[in-house]
Design a protein around this ligand. Structure first.
Ligand code: IPE
Ligand code: IPE
Ligand code: MG
Length: 257
């Protein structure tokens, strides 16, 4: 039963139709993905880790395409965490090099596919050429009306929340804001994701079951889904299966069912 529904949904996706999932369940507006397992994918093949990261970048391209075809409005991809600087220098260099290649090569495709590009994370530690590519892509695609692709680069949720607290405290100190008026809405408005709806679903690949400092505030009521496949093996079918699973979940937001 489930596999038949999956097959039908995958067929619709292959045909490029934007549709509800089986049973008329709508696709989630915001999908966020922790792209994990590039290194293990490479190790299993006796390849250097960078080979996994390269294949992972190809998976990003196909995943962005699939999300656009499915009618998803926002896709956030965790590409580099604020803790990933702890990795050996040559791996960090490889990742930054691939990021540069990705940003340079995709600008045309973003435009062609009506994608609006955004990035969250602390840019101060990224190289100036990468920051320029990000700013260019954001500026050139800001009026596109299709999928919003948000790349989390040097992103850490705790640092994001701390930065929001600093901004709010500064406003209070200047008398622009009264401390008793600070609510959840105030905090959300000072996060880098201000204006972006919270993720409906967070998918993590590679079988690991943790958030690793990703969207901690925004994940308050996200559905969490863990898939065993490594990120380089992630594909349309796995995405559709995840969305189907999401469609079967009952979201309560604390209310009574
Ligand atoms: C995800 O794959 C990519 C980044 C975190 C940048 P990993 O590099 O974490 O791969 P594993 O988890 O070591 O297999
Ligand atoms: C999380 O993966 C960060 C990204 C996917 C960019 P990690 O591989 O860095 O997470 P941990 O260290 O296993 O928690
Ligand atoms: Mg990992």
């Amino acid at each position: 039963m489930f596999s038949q529904r999956l097959e039908r949904a995958a067929k619709r996706l292959t045909e490029g139709q934007i549709a509800d999932l089986p049973d008329g369940k709508p696709v989630p507006a915001h999908v966020a993905i922790i792209m994990d397992g590039n290194g293990r994918w490479a190790s299993e093949r006796y390849l250097p880790r960078v080979a996994g990261h390269k294949k992972g970048a190809d998976t990003v391209r196909s995943c962005v395409r699939s999300c656009g075809e499915l009618g998803i409005s926002y896709l956030t991809l965790y590409a580099f965490s604020s803790e990933n600087w702890k990795r050996p220098l040559d791996e960090v260099d490889d990742l930054m090099g691939l990021l540069k290649i990705y940003l340079k090569s995709e600008l045309e495709a973003f435009h062609k596919n009506n994608i609006r590009f955004r990035s969250i994370g602390d840019r101060s530690r990224l190289s100036t050429d990468i920051v320029k590519l990000i700013e260019d892509a954001e500026r050139k695609t800001e009026n596109n009306s299709g999928l919003t692709l948000i790349l989390a680069l040097n992103y850490g949720a705790q640092a994001e929340i701390a930065a929001a607290v600093r901004q709010i405290a500064t406003k209070v100190a200047k008398g622009e804001l009264a401390a008793e008026d600070i609510t959840e809405v105030t905090v959300a408005a000072h996060l880098q994701t201000a204006g972006i709806p919270d993720p409906d679903i967070i998918i993590r690949t590679s079988g690991e079951q943790r958030l690793s400092n990703f969207l901690l505030w925004q994940a308050a009521y996200s559905e969490l889904l863990f898939v065993d496949e490594f990120w380089p093996d992630f594909n349309k079918d796995i995405l559709v299966r995840a969305l189907e699973e999401y469609g079967c979940r009952e979201r309560r937001f604390g209310a009574r069912p």
